[in-house]
Write a protein that binds this ligand. Structure first.
Ligand SMILES: [Zn+2]
Length: 143
């Protein structure tokens, strides 16, 4: 797979951080929507998703029906899910072993927002590879 550079507008970046902060002390999740043109992924918007996990302080689970509704809506607009966002209320913005064990590695980017320092959340983006490996992704804030 060729390396894709990711562009994310500042207001979308701000929205995902503010939404995840609003869900503390629970983990929050959401998707970054946009389009991929050649080697660049351009994010257009953020959509929050409900965390339906029974233990939402330590895990997140996406509601399958909500996920499917998004997929259909996006397909109709020729847009895609560029990234999956979730928060770590009290741990570093590094993928946990549970994160790496999910089936979500097919999504092109994973964003983790850490609120260890609630006033200065830390955001990191990754690509999940097979066998629980991952690599850091760089991104550019636009607008
Ligand atoms: Zn996690």
């Amino acid at each position: 797979m060729t390396e894709q550079h990711i562009y994310i507008p500042k207001h979308v970046y701000g929205e995902m951080i503010a939404y995840c902060a609003s869900q503390l002390p629970h983990e929050a999740c959401g998707i970054l929507i946009g389009e991929i043109v050649e080697d660049a992924a351009s994010i257009h918007s953020f959509s929050p998703l409900l965390n339906v996990d029974s233990n939402p302080r330590h895990r997140f689970t996406i509601d399958q029906a909500e996920w499917t509704r998004h997929l259909f809506r996006l397909a109709a607009k020729s847009k895609s899910i560029i990234g999956l966002v979730h928060s770590h209320p009290s741990s570093a913005p590094t993928p946990s072993s549970a994160d790496l064990a999910t089936e979500w590695h097919t999504i092109c980017s994973h964003w983790i927002i850490s609120y260890i320092e609630p006033c200065t959340p830390a955001v990191a983006a990754y690509r999940f590879l097979s066998n629980r490996r991952f690599q850091h992704l760089s991104y550019t804030l636009t607008g």
